[in-house]
Design a binder for this molecule. Structure first.
Ligand code: DGP
Length: 122
């Protein structure tokens, strides 16, 4: 399915809900995250509805390549590319995934670390 009426990111792509645009391309849309966790934090989404990164299939190859290009171009336009940035896809409960429309977080503008207290599963 390409458009899910109750999906907030489908509605953002359609212009039904407001957003602060970073970039717009044929297959993707990039906009600033409502709750930034770093000085620069934007989301890259496909225009078509894909539930999450675990649902990506070989047929999505062109869309996925464009998502990474949009992330790179957005990072360059916002001045964070040279120092680096983090790309995140959340999937499911443990990752705190809250919106059921594939999105890539692009996070940068400051030095980052990893969360402490990781216990390996054996
Ligand atoms: P995740 O936890 O990976 O599902 O991240 C969803 C992100 O989407 C979260 O950082 C907040 C952001 N978000 C949720 N609703 C909206 C919205 O309506 N507008 C914008 N710009 N961001 C949103």
């Amino acid at each position: 399915m390409n458009f899910v009426v109750e999906c907030i990111f489908c509605r953002i792509v359609a212009g039904d809900l407001p957003s602060r645009q970073v970039l717009s391309t044929d297959h993707t849309y990039a906009f600033f995250d409502l709750n930034p966790v770093a000085p620069v934090h934007f989301l890259v989404i496909p225009r078509v509805h894909i539930d999450n990164a675990a649902c990506v299939e070989p047929g999505h190859g062109e869309i996925m390549a464009e998502m990474f290009a949009t992330a790179r171009n957005g990072a360059e336009s916002l001045g964070i590319a040279s120092d680096g940035y983090r790309l995140v896809f959340n999937v499911g409960r443990h990752s705190l995934n809250s919106v059921n429309h594939l999105h890539m977080h692009v996070i940068g503008g400051q030095q980052m670390g990893w969360p402490p207290g990781v216990e390996p599963i054996r």
